[in-house]
Design a binder for this molecule. Structure first.
Ligand SMILES: [Zn+2]
Length: 272
């Protein structure tokens, strides 16, 4: 066994320990259901194998902080229980699939563009999750991003000042975690530009998320209580399609959010 193999085996051991602890905790804390747990472990392992522990840090940061925020938001308003059930495999892939693909891409194309695709998609996912969860603490009703009319809390495309501040915070945090990935002279001019790109990619993805949520996401109305909802079931009854494109649900919107953040950063990297 040569040095590199031993180092990899050693790192793999650290990853397996970290993954087991976070996995068991996330499942116990109901951050994830069983399918979500398997999906998250797959994504984590792909990213570990492609990029090592440095690439795992932004992923873990996104996952743990977003899950904790979701939990805090849920306990502050019990009425929105439906929105805060454990994340499913579909939801996990919607948020982390682009990041996993970027990490795989980096194996074959180890360039800044792939690093930025990875970080940009996670920044967008983080920014979006943070603005949703922090925005739920807002005392004011959100305004629709397209018309600026007041809408109900939790409506897709609705934005608040509090939520926007949360979204900026999420993008900033993910951007700064990029320092771990850009190895070597971590405070060089080049690195700081890359970090700014990640932050703007996060905000860009978040805005795209709100726009797609407002204009294209399918919305349903409940026949029992007349509430507008994103869900196909409400009050235990099937809902009726009201507006938007039928297959564009919350997961599709989240996937578009992560993808647009990643692509924004990837394109910006070509001009670095
Ligand atoms: Zn209802």
């Amino acid at each position: 066994m040569d040095f590199i193999t031993i180092t990899f085996a050693y790192k793999l051991m650290i990853w397996l320990i970290v993954a087991s602890v976070i996995g068991v905790y996330s499942y116990e804390a109901k951050f994830l259901d069983l399918g979500g747990l398997v999906a998250a472990m797959m994504i984590g392992t792909i990213i570990f194998i492609s990029g090592g522990l440095r690439w795992i840090a932004p992923l873990v940061l996104f996952f743990l902080l977003s899950s904790i925020l979701t939990r805090l938001a849920a306990s502050s308003q019990k009425s929105r229980k439906v929105e805060h059930s454990p994340r499913t495999a579909k939801q996990v892939f919607a948020n982390g699939g682009v990041a996993a693909a970027a990490a795989l891409g980096y194996l074959f194309y180890p360039e800044t563009g792939m690093q930025l695709l990875f970080l940009g998609s996670l920044a967008a996912a983080t920014s979006d999750t943070w603005s949703t969860e922090i925005g739920s603490f807002s005392k004011r009703k959100p305004r629709m991003i397209t018309t600026f009319r007041r809408v109900d809390k939790g409506a897709s495309g609705g934005i608040t000042l509090t939520g926007s501040a949360g979204g900026i915070g999420g993008a900033l945090l993910l951007g700064l975690s990029g320092m771990l990935i850009f190895t070597g002279d971590s405070l060089s001019y080049y690195t700081s530009i890359a970090i700014y790109i990640v932050i703007f990619a996060g905000l860009f993805g978040n805005i795209i998320d709100s726009l797609v949520g407002a204009l294209l996401q399918s919305k349903f109305v409940c026949g029992v209580c007349a509430t507008m909802t994103e869900h196909r079931l409400h009050c235990d009854e099937p809902t009726t399609h009201k507006s938007g494109i039928i297959f564009i649900d919350n997961e599709v919107v989240n996937f578009v959010c992560a993808l647009s953040g990643g692509v924004f950063a990837f394109i910006a990297a070509q001009n670095l």
